[in-house]
Design a protein around this ligand. Structure first.
Ligand code: IMP
Length: 195
């Protein structure tokens, strides 16, 4: 069976990505399968740079094919912030709720609520050039929280063409439209071509 390591410990991402890759016949490993790994600081200023750094470091260390993604939220009226700082928008060791609260307060007097989620995936295979995939989910920042599903900024994000917040979507529904779901679909089409 083909093996691939997803370079994440984010349980939500693992659930979202594992399901799609297992359908393709991959045994999916995650960072939880290893006890000691090098620490990787996500210090690049692009999603692509961070995804490559994670995948390359782990692939070289473990001698395995690795898939790393970096994702985040870009709010147009805030100069595309929080961007690569999405996880630590309000500081280090903060909760999703802290970040959402700060974002809503920074958007208080802003009418242009347009935003997009971005995912970049780097597929880093031994002795091959890295391959990148990117996709987006466009929408608007809401004025209030709604929904209990998903994670991160989902409770305050309304996908374009809908009135529901992303945290009101089921996982399967989210996977169809989300930046990560569509990005993984691109990856899967690519992997299928190489079979
Ligand atoms: P990461 O660095 O790729 O793990 O993601 C950075 C941050 O972006 C996460 O901690 C979330 O705050 C945000 N984010 C990424 N994807 C999503 C999503 O699908 N929904 C909500 N927030 C997300």
């Amino acid at each position: 069976m083909k093996e691939i390591l997803i370079a994440t410990k984010n349980k939500h991402k693992i659930i979202e990505m594992k399901k799609m890759l297992e359908h393709l016949g991959y045994k999916v490993l995650t960072l939880f399968d290893y006890e000691e790994l090098p620490e990787i600081i996500e210090d690049k200023d692009t999603f692509k740079g961070n995804a490559k750094k994670k995948a390359e470091t782990l692939s070289n260390y473990l001698n395995k094919d690795v898939l790393a993604d970096d994702s985040g939220l870009e709010v147009f009226a805030l100069n595309n912030e929080p961007g690569v700082y999405s996880a630590r928008y309000s500081g280090e060791d903060v909760t999703y709720a802290d970040n959402n609260k700060l974002l809503l307060s920074n958007m208080e007097n802003i009418d242009n609520r347009g935003a997009r989620f971005v995912t970049t995936i780097c597929l880093y295979r031994i002795n091959q050039e890295p391959v990148y995939f990117e996709d987006y989910l466009y929408g608007e920042i809401a004025y209030k929280y709604q929904g209990d599903n998903g994670f991160g900024y989902d409770p305050i994000f309304i996908p374009s063409g809908d009135t529901r917040h992303l945290a009101e979507y089921s996982l399967d529904e989210k996977n169809v439209i989300s930046h990560r779901g569509k990005c993984v679909q691109k990856l899967i089409s690519y992997l299928k071509l190489g079979e």
